[in-house]
Design a protein. Structure first.
Length: 332
C-alpha cells in the first residue's frame, strides 16, 4: 500500500500562515498552481506590481506586520491612482534563513488584516529561500469600467494640478530613522515624530478617491518617487509643462516645523518619495476638492499645467523657480 507523500516545508509554511488569508473562492485555498478571477461584465482588469526589499524600502528591524502592510499598500496606491477598485493580489516572498516563525506569524497577521480592510484578498503566489535580503513582491489586480482607466497622459494646458494628503512626511520620517539627532535638531514633539515615522512605515493609499478620479481627472499617478520627479513623468507623457506654487504645498505640522529649522529640506520634501499620495490634472479643482473632502480625503490645488514641454517649475515665495539638485528617488 502506497504512502501519502509528506508535505514539503514550503507547503507547511503556506498552509500555516497564508492559506487562512486566501478567502476568495477562486484562490482554491492555495492548493493549486493558479487561481481564477472573473471580471464583472463590461470591466477591464488593471494590473500593477511593486516589490519592497529589506535595507532599501524598509529597515531590517521594522515590525513584520508593518512590512506586510507597506508591501500591499504601495500596490493599492497604484490601483487607486488609475481609478481601479482592488480585486486581489499575488504574493512572492523571498525569505532569508534568519526569518523566524514569530516574524512570519506577525507578517501574515498584518497582511491578512490589510487584505480584509481593503477588500483585496490573497489569490496565490510563491515562497522561496534567499541568501540575500528579505524581499516582498506583490502583484495587485483591480477592476474598472471598460476604457475608463486614468492614465498618465491626458493632461492639458490650463488643467489644475491637485494632490491628495500631505507631501514630504515619509521622506522626513526616513531621515529621522537614519539620524538619531534629527528629532532634537528639528525640535519635534512626540506626536510630530510619530507622525513622520508612521508616514514612512505605513503608507495610506487613497483608495477612497479611486472612483472619483475617473469622474474628474484627465491624468493621474501616485507619488512614490517624489512629487517633483513623478509630476515630471506625468507632464512628459502628456506633452505639457507645469507651474507649482511651493507656498501652496500641503504640509503637515511636523513638516512645517522641520522647514522652519532647515529650509533647505524643501528639496527632500519635493523629491524624497514614499508619499503614496495622488497627483492629478483636473479641469475643475473646486469640484474635485469638495468631492474628496466628502470621502474624508484632503486635496489641495498646487498649480496648473502649461503649454510647451519641460520640467515642472516649482516657484517659491519670492516668485523665483527653485533649483533642485535631485527631483526623485531612483534605484538606477
Amino acid at each position: 500500500m502506497s504512502k501519502t507523500p509528506a508535505e514539503t516545508g514550503e507547503e507547511r509554511l503556506i498552509a500555516k500562515y497564508f492559506a487562512p488569508l486566501a478567502k476568495y473562492p477562486g484562490a482554491l485555498g492555495l492548493l493549486d498552481d493558479a487561481a481564477t478571477l472573473t471580471p464583472p461584465a463590461g470591466s477591464d482588469l488593471v494590473l500593477t506590481k511593486d516589490a519592497i526589499v529589506g535595507g532599501v524600502h524598509f529597515f531590517p528591524d521594522d515590525p513584520a506586520d508593518a512590512v506586510a502592510c507597506k508591501a500591499l499598500r504601495v500596490n493599492l496606491s497604484d490601483l487607486a491612482a488609475k481609478g481601479a477598485t482592488a480585486a486581489g493580489f499575488l504574493l512572492a516572498l523571498a525569505l532569508p534563513k534568519s526569518v523566524t516563525a514569530g516574524w512570519l506569524k506577525a507578517f501574515a497577521r498584518g497582511l491578512g488584516e490589510d487584505a480584509e480592510n481593503y477588500a483585496c484578498p490573497l489569490l496565490g503566489g510563491d515562497t522561496v529561500r534567499t541568501p540575500g535580503p528579505l524581499t516582498v513582491s506583490i502583484t495587485a489586480l483591480g477592476f474598472l469600467p471598460h476604457g475608463e482607466m486614468v492614465q498618465r497622459h491626458g493632461g492639458s494646458p490650463g488643467d489644475r494640478i491637485v494632490v491628495t494628503g500631505t507631501i514630504g512626511d515619509a521622506a522626513l520620517g526616513l531621515k529621522l530613522l537614519s539620524g538619531a539627532k534629527a528629532a532634537q535638531r528639528w525640535k519635534l514633539d512626540k506626536n510630530m515624530r510619530a507622525h513622520l515615522l508612521g508616514r514612512y512605515r505605513l503608507p495610506q493609499p487613497r483608495t477612497a478617491v479611486a472612483v472619483m478620479l475617473r469622474k474628474h481627472a484627465s491624468a493621474a499617478m501616485d507619488v512614490s518617487d517624489g512629487l517633483a520627479g513623478d509630476l515630471a513623468k506625468l507632464c512628459r507623457v502628456s506633452g505639457v509643462g507645469a507651474d507649482i506654487d511651493v507656498t501652496r504645498l500641503p504640509l503637515s505640522d511636523a513638516a512645517r516645523r522641520v522647514l522652519a529649522v532647515q529650509p533647505a529640506l524643501i528639496e527632500t520634501i519635493l523629491s524624497g518619495g514614499d508619499d503614496y499620495e495622488i497627483v492629478c490634472a483636473v479641469s475643475d479643482s473646486d469640484a474635485f476638492i469638495a468631492d474628496a473632502a466628502a470621502l474624508g480625503v484632503k486635496a489641495t490645488e498646487i498649480g496648473r499645467m502649461t503649454a510647451g514641454e519641460g520640467a515642472p517649475r516649482f516657484i517659491g515665495a519670492d516668485g523665483k523657480a527653485l533649483s533642485l539638485r535631485k527631483t526623485l528617488f531612483s534605484h538606477f
